[in-house]
Design a binder for this molecule. Structure first.
Ligand code: UDP
Ligand code: MG
Length: 316
């Protein structure tokens, strides 16, 4: 099978017939063998009934339906697990992404050797409240991830080589950072294609302003995971040692001052009134805590199934 199209959807009943027909037309025109996997993320507007009706007319349509709303990332991950095509394409259900982009995305993966091609909504048809923070978000994501050629991390329209989707795990709200996940999994040929974008035709957006707060927190998590995920002691041990040393120096200072004050007349040094005393307390306790966190981190890593999972490009 050439292509699996994965469509995560949450209450998009009005858009689905148009989308399914459009994808079918593009596939037929280009002679692709394909499947469409609709992942219904707990819709309550009858989207599933619409999909059932569509599936009767088109045997290429498959569907998974969650019993409640889990989010776009879980929906994508579920679709990834089920995909059978050599190239996997994800697209939003709201008709903002155009199926006409599919043939070129397919070509970039199969002929140009890209692992992942992300859409770039160069001209966006979204309100300013969304496009402006998105610019900032993308600039940060580029810097942190080191994938400098991507302008639009969170574009719903993306194409992947099958291996990629089978090796990455998208969870929480991590769909915003799939290129970063792919890079961390060892897939480095990541490209971009300018794609046509449309205003939402039916329904309304499913993401509010909390997307930006959560987005930044997730980015911090991913950065941490990629740097220290399999060697947590390298960061916690370093911080713990530094704090311990500072605390120890403060202890030495406190004791020295006390001894001096005991030996000299006219100079009274009260330990509990000294800033060094409090510094020594705080830093020694924090230092030990960081160290212990590092040890616990190492124990957890040791138990992780991922710890010796490498992507090998060649072997003789
Ligand atoms: N979506 C989903 N589960 C959710 C929220 C969204 O499957 O909990 C789907 C939604 O139906 C759409 C896609 O994710 O197909 C993108 O959502 P939306 O268009 O609301 O995002 P925006 O384009 O505003 O960024
Ligand atoms: Mg949308």
């Amino acid at each position: 099978m050439d292509i699996s199209v994965i469509v995560p959807l949450f209450n998009e009943a009005e858009s689905l017939p148009e989308l399914a027909a459009w994808i079918k037309r593009v596939m037929a025109e280009n002679g692709f063998s394909y499947e469409i996997i609709f992942v219904d993320d707990g819709s309550t507007d009858g989207s599933l009934d619409v999909i059932k009706r569509l599936a009767k007319e088109n045997p290429a349509i498959r569907a998974v339906s969650f019993s409640r709303n889990y989010g776009k990332s879980p929906a994508l991950n579920t679709g990834f697990q089920r995909a059978r095509g050599e190239v996997v394409i994800t697209m939003d259900a709201d008709l903002q992404d155009s199926p006409d982009e599919i043939p070129e995305l397919y070509r970039m993966i199969t002929s140009e050797g890209y692992d992942l091609v992300s859409g770039w909504k160069k001209k966006r048809y979204d309100p300013l409240s969304k496009t402006l923070p998105t610019k900032l978000f993308n600039a940060t994501a580029r810097r942190v991830s080191g994938i400098n050629n991507l302008h639009d991390f969170n574009c719903g329209l993306k194409a992947y080589r099958k291996d990629v989707v089978k090796r990455i795990e998208v969870y929480g709200d991590m769909h915003r950072y799939i290129p970063y996940l792919a890079k961390n999994a060892g897939f480095t040929k990541i490209g971009e294609k300018v794609v046509h974008h449309q205003a939402r035709k039916y329904g309304k957006t499913k993401f509010g302003l909390d997307r930006f707060v959560n987005g930044y927190l997730d980015l911090a998590t991913l950065w941490f995971q990629s740097r220290f995920g399999i060697k947590p002691m390298h960061i916690f041990g370093l911080l713990g040692s530094l704090m311990f040393v500072i605390g120890f120096l403060a202890v030495v200072t406190t004791l020295t001052l006390k001894i001096i004050s005991m030996c000299s007349e006219g100079y009274n040094f009260y330990i509990t009134k000294s800033v060094y005393f409090y510094l020594s307390l705080a830093f020694m306790v924090l230092g030990v805590q960081f160290f212990c966190t590092g040890f616990i981190g190492e124990l957890i890593t040791r138990n992780s199934a991922e710890r010796n999972n490498y992507l090998i490009s060649e072997e003789f």
